[in-house]
Ligand binder design. Structure first.
Ligand code: 16G
Ligand code: ZN
Length: 529
């Protein structure tokens, strides 16, 4: 390590006095002006991580659905997964170190994680469209360069595109080509194959309105559009040319407020969807003929995908184990539908993509979605091999055709992480193949009325939870109070959990109806406040 260079460069990226940050569920995230030193230091860390695992590591500069003034950074592990939890701790130490301690902390990390300093390092960088992102990604580059790492800067990409590139690179092209063209070609080829098989193929165009949250999604969808089959016509709104990122639009806004985004006019029964600011989340929605807004969230997306995959798996006649992974926020109606009607096992894990992803890896086919619209499907290596073999060699026509559809689904799905572009194409393909309208999809089950609130408390860490965040173990007495309230309502459920991304406590409640209970209790919206 060139200690003089490290000193010189770290002085160019000083840490504001007294600032401490934590590598949380979504990496580091705060006001952009406080992040320059963090970016530089995450450049350093990416080099160490790359040397430790002898693979290319990704760094994404984004604050997803958060306001335009915020920014953030997260590292991507070799197969496109989230950074390994043991390194989150190193990330926090490095970000909070005083300047004169920096070298000591680096040496300590190298010792603890058995980093061979003489190995080569390679880092892929991506960023979202925030005005602050370009400069911050330059600071990442400074960090990488000072430790002698190689890098490739992809510039403006969606978060899932960067995850995809990292995976392609480390699997030596087996997952695809580590270029944007490679990504567009792989996905659109699979999508075109699927759309060709739809019963209504050739009967005019399918239309979809997309709210791009004034973010990167708009840019990347316009780049990809020429690759789409002509049967599918997308219409982009909130493309970032006029308004601010995530302001009154995007998947998070639509999900939280349960209303349409600004800047997208809906006609009755038109299929619409929203991406979030870095295009790793998607929700669908429509307005019925009475003007009533219907949200189709991550739970209903998981349900549609599960129905489709289960039918195909039954057709190919293999005993492949499929399961759905959800979090405590999953609407009770979705869990009941999946378990009781569809007869698919459902598992509940803690909030955060890494927990869902990890659990989904246990199955041949693991479908995971957060209610907020982040999700994907994972196929085990064994399942993928079997499906590809059947698609090629199976003699029974029906079975072979089903295997081919599954094979195209495998290629269309971004298995590294939830991906709004890929998820949208998966959903559009399924709706076309099954001949379903958005209303028919919505009618699979009716969501229980629910509310998600946040409250500021003096210290959110006094709340500790268990059972995938569904029960509070501290402070004493809290869970008993929740239980007593919940008992009074049919099909009701409620929980509290400290947020992993903001200094707040989140409160979720759902029940059969939203109206005043017969015993005179307040409506669900006011149960707590
Ligand atoms: C992050 C997570 C998301 C989760 C959210 C919960 C990733 C990539 N993103 O955005 O999955 O739903 O945090 O935030 O893991 P909370 O802890 O503040 O409720
Ligand atoms: Zn996001």
């Amino acid at each position: 390590m060139d200690t003089e260079a490290l000193k010189k460069y770290s002085a160019l990226h000083p840490k504001p006095a007294g600032l401490t940050l934590q590598y949380g569920t979504a990496g580091f995230r705060t006001k952009a002006e406080q992040l320059d030193h963090v970016m530089f230091r995450m450049g350093l860390l990416a080099v160490l991580r790359s040397k430790a695992v002898a693979s290319t590591i990704g760094i994404m500069v984004t604050a997803s659905h958060n306001p335009e003034e915020d920014n953030g950074v997260k590292l991507v592990d070799p197969l496109g997964e989230m950074l390994h939890p043991s390194w989150e701790e190193y990330a926090t130490q490095l970000a909070n170190a005083e300047e004169q301690e920096l070298q000591k902390i680096i040496t300590e990390i190298c010792q603890k994680a058995a980093v061979n300093q003489h190995k080569d390092a390679s880092v892929f960088i991506g960023r979202d469209t925030r005005p602050s992102s370009e400069k911050l990604s330059q600071s990442v580059i400074d960090g990488i360069s000072v430790l002698g790492g190689q890098y490739h800067d992809y510039g403006l990409v969606t978060t899932p595109q960067l995850h995809y590139m990292v995976c392609c690179q480390n699997t030596r092209g087996q997952y695809g080509k580590a270029t944007l063209e490679g990504y567009y070609e792989k996905l659109s080829k699979a999508f075109t194959e699927l759309i060709k098989k739809s019963p209504s193929s050739g009967e005019g165009q399918r239309h979809l309105k997309i709210d791009c949250a004034n973010g990167i999604g708009a840019l990347k969808l316009s780049e990809m559009e020429p690759y789409f089959p002509k049967e599918v016509q997308i219409h982009l709104y909130n493309d970032g040319t006029k308004e601010k990122l995530n302001h009154l639009c995007g998947a998070d806004f639509v999900k939280v407020h349960q209303k349409p985004p600004r800047g997208l006019d809906m006609n009755p029964n038109e299929r619409c969807c929203s991406f979030d600011g870095d295009a790793d989340r998607i929700v669908y929605y429509y307005k019925d003929t009475t003007g009533h807004f219907h949200l189709i969230d991550g739970d209903k997306i998981a349900t549609l995908i599960s129905i489709f995959l289960k039918e195909l798996l039954a057709k190919v006649g293999q005993t492949l184990k499929m399961a759905v992974v959800q979090t405590a926020y999953a609407n009770g109606s979705s869990t009941r539908y999946l378990e009781q009607t569809l007869k698919v096992p459902v598992h509940c894990v803690k909030t955060g993509v890494k927990h869902l992803h990890h659990k989904a890896q246990e199955f041949d086919v693991g479908v995971y979605f957060e209610a907020n619209g982040h999700g994907t499907v994972l196929f085990s290596k064994a399942a993928e091999t079997k499906i590809r073999q059947l698609a090629k060699e199976e003699e029974d026509d029906e079975k072979r055709e089903a295997a081919k559809v599954l094979e195209n689904m495998i290629d269309l799905i971004n298995q590294t992480v939830g991906d709004a572009i890929s998820d949208m194409l998966v959903i559009e393909a399924i709706l076309a193949l099954k001949g379903l309208t958005v209303q028919q999809w919505d009618a699979l089950y009716t969501d229980l009325p629910n509310r998600l609130l946040k409250v500021q408390v003096a210290d959110r860490r006094v709340i500790d939870t268990t059972d995938a965040e569904r029960r509070a173990v501290t402070p004493p007495g809290l869970q008993e109070k929740i239980d007593a309230l919940v008992k009074k309502y049919k099909l009701s459920r409620a929980f509290v959990r400290p947020s992993g991304t903001e200094d707040v406590v989140r409160i979720y409640a759902e029940a059969e109806t939203q109206v005043r209970g017969h015993d005179g209790h307040l409506p669900l919206t006011n149960v707590f406040f």
